[in-house]
Design a protein around this ligand. Structure first.
Ligand code: GUN
Length: 282
C-alpha cells in the first residue's frame, strides 16, 4: 500500500506558487484573495484561517471580511459587487455553508466568474462540463486530480466510484474523472446498494462526511482509495470517511486524513488565485 501524501505534495506546490508569485510581483502585480465568512461556525473559521495563512506563506495578499451571521443577502451582494469592481483583487471566496436566510446560488452567481477561484460560478461549472480548459476548477477535486497525477496513476479506462454528489466535491470530481477518461459512477444518500458499486471499482473517492462509511469488505483488492471526509470526533481528533486501518491493508493507494486531500485543497486555491492574477498580464 502506498500513501498518497497530500502534505508533502502541497508543500512542494506552495513553494512553486511562492516563486511564481514573486515573479509576478516583479512585474508589478500583487496577487490578492478576498475571503468572506459569515458567522462563527468553528469549522468554517478553521478552514478560512488555513486559507489566509497559506496565502501569507506564499506572499499572496489576503483580505478577510468576517461578517456577522445576521448579515443580509443584499449586504453580502453589495460587498461582492464592490470586490468584483476592485482591480487590486484577483480572487473572491465566500466560505460555505451560508446562513439559511441567504440564497447560496444567487451569491455564487454574483461573483465575477474571472475572480471565482472556488470554481463554483455557473460559467466555470459550464466550462468544466464542456471539457474545456478555460475557467477555474473547484479546489478539492482539482487537488485530488493533482495528487493522483503526482503518483502517476493513469485514469484512462478506470472504473471510478464517487460517494457524494455535492456541487463542491462529488459532481465536479465526477466530471474531472470523466474528462480524464475514467468510467464514472456517482453514488449518494439514496443509492440502494453502495457495495455493489464500490466492490467493482478501481478508484473510490469518498466525500460523504460519514465516519467509517467505506469498510474493507466493500472494496476489491488493490483499489485506489481517496478520502475527502473531514470528521471531528468528540475527543477533537480528525478522521475521514474511510475505515483507514482495515482498508489500508487491502488497497493499493490511500490518502490519509489529515494530510491527504485537505492540504491539496488549499494548495489549489493558491494556484487558482495566482492564475487569476496572472490573467491580468494578458
Ligand atoms: N466549504 C467547504 N468547502 C469549501 C470550499 O472549497 N470553498 C468554499 N468557499 N467553501 C467551502
Amino acid at each position: 500500500m502506498i500513501l498518497l501524501d497530500g502534505k508533502v505534495l502541497s508543500t512542494k506546490i506552495k513553494e512553486e506558487v511562492k516563486e511564481k508569485n514573486q515573479a509576478l510581483k516583479n512585474k508589478g502585480i500583487q496577487a490578492c484573495l478576498a475571503v468572506i465568512l459569515l458567522g462563527d461556525d468553528p469549522a468554517s473559521q478553521t478552514y478560512v484561517n488555513s486559507k489566509t495563512k497559506a496565502c501569507e506563506e506564499c506572499g499572496i495578499k489576503s483580505l478577510f471580511y468576517h461578517l456577522s451571521q445576521s448579515t443580509t443577502q443584499n449586504e453580502l451582494l453589495a460587498l461582492i459587487h464592490t470586490l468584483n469592481h476592485d482591480d487590486s483583487i484577483h480572487g473572491i471566496l465566500v466560505q460555505l455553508p451560508l446562513p439559511s436566510h441567504i440564497c447560496k446560488d444567487l451569491v455564487l452567481e454574483s461573483i465575477a466568474s474571472n475572480k471565482d477561484v472556488d470554481g463554483f460560478h455557473p460559467i466555470n461549472v459550464g466550462y468544466l462540463n464542456l471539457g474545456l480548459q478555460s475557467g477555474f476548477l473547484p479546489c478539492t477535486p482539482l487537488g485530488v486530480m493533482k495528487l493522483l497525477k503526482a503518483y502517476e496513476i493513469n485514469l484512462e479506462g478506470k472504473d471510478a466510484v464517487i460517494i457524494g454528489a455535492s456541487n463542491i466535491v462529488g459532481r465536479p470530481m465526477a466530471t474531472m474523472l470523466l474528462n480524464a477518461g475514467a468510467t464514472v459512477s456517482i453514488c449518494h444518500i439514496k443509492t440502494k446498494n453502495l457495495s455493489f458499486y464500490t466492490k467493482n471499482a478501481d478508484l473510490i473517492i469518498v466525500a460523504a462526511g460519514c465516519v467509517n462509511l467505506l469498510r474493507a469488505d466493500m472494496i476489491k483488492k488493490g483499489a485506489i482509495v481517496v478520502d475527502v471526509g473531514i470528521n471531528r470526533l468528540e475527543n477533537g481528533k480528525i478522521i475521514g470517511d474511510v475505515d483507514f486501518q482495515e482498508v489500508a491493508k487491502k488497497c493499493s493507494y490511500i490518502t490519509p486524513v489529515p494530510g491527504g486531500v485537505g492540504p491539496m485543497t488549499i494548495a489549489m486555491l493558491l494556484e487558482n488565485t495566482l492564475k487569476s492574477a496572472k490573467n491580468r498580464l494578458n
